[in-house]
Design a protein around this ligand. Structure first.
Ligand code: UDP
Length: 258
């Protein structure tokens, strides 16, 4: 049931193809894992399937609360159909707890709660190593207009609030995550800012609330092993695979004892 057209672009973890209709794309999730701007590389069998499924679930839930997204539907184990958008060249990072690069930069201890959630931006440019930039740079260089940046901030706050609760409900702390936005050119000539790319354990830090165990790509970055088991555990707790019953789109909320 392949609906793919011409191959348009191959990224580090995904391949983009022309979709079956104009204005659509097919995204293929690879098993490739990279870190440190592509310096570290490994093929981890099963990762693409898990990320496709987890990202589908998260984008669907976000769509239900009114977040505009580029996601249309999952096509098969490794592919999803999305609306074609022009990617805004920013990695929008939300941090709830100190981890990763902010620890080095500001001398914080990993796991330290932040005084409040912090939004950071990196300019998407592999050759420059995705440098951290301020809102000033974004509007001065016209990577996004002030209106788009305003949309991005408002949407990002809602996404963080929703996802923090979603993961807390399954005993997982959402430490930080990265999202990307795109411009969707509507048939009526309007342009709207939509959530694009993926949200998966590749792009989030997810810690088990009880044990602190890492259920995300840090397992690969730090050579800890068990990445597929960890992503499978996230999918299982979200109710996406057998092991806690339904497998349906609405897993029953479970009480998390604190
Ligand atoms: N992140 C990502 N892609 C990137 C850089 C960061 O998905 O190119 C995610 C990363 O998984 C983490 C969050 O953004 O959940 C914050 O990452 P950080 O800036 O701490 O960089 P890292 O330590 O991952 O290099």
């Amino acid at each position: 049931m392949s609906q793919k057209g011409r191959r348009l672009y191959e990224g580090k973890a995904k391949i983009l193809y022309e979709g079956p209709e104009p204005g659509t794309l097919v995204v293929h999730f690879k098993d490739d894992a990279t870190a440190f701007n592509g310096e570290k590389f490994e093929v981890i069998e099963g990762k693409g399937v898990l990320n496709n499924r987890i990202s589908e679930y998260i984008f669907t839930r976000l769509g239900e609360i009114g977040i505009p997204t580029a996601f249309i539907k999952r096509l098969n184990m490794r592919e999803q159909l999305v609306r074609k958008v022009e990617i805004i060249p920013l990695e929008v990072i939300v941090r709830n707890v100190a981890a990763g690069s902010i620890c080095k930069r500001l001398g914080l201890k990993e796991g330290e709660p932040l005084p409040r959630s912090i939004i950071e931006y990196c300019f998407k440019d592999d050759a420059l190593g995705d440098p951290l930039v301020a809102e000033e740079h974004i509007t001065a260089f016209n990577w996004a207009t002030p209106r788009e940046l305003d949309d991005i901030v408002q949407l990002t706050i809602r996404i963080n609030d929703f996802l923090t609760g979603l993961f807390a409900g399954i005993g997982i702390r959402l430490v930080d995550f990265k999202i990307e936005f795109g411009r969707e050119y509507m048939p009526d000539g309007m342009v709207r800012t939509v959530l694009a790319d993926e949200i998966s354990p590749d792009s989030c830090r997810l810690w088990d609330m009880k044990t602190g165990e890492k259920l995300d790509k840090d397992r690969f970055r730090r050579d800890m092993g068990g990445l597929v088991d960890a992503y499978t555990e996230v999918a299982r707790r979200l109710g996406l695979i057998n092991g806690n019953g339904s497998g349906g789109p609405h897993p029953k909320p479970k009480l998390v004892k604190g």
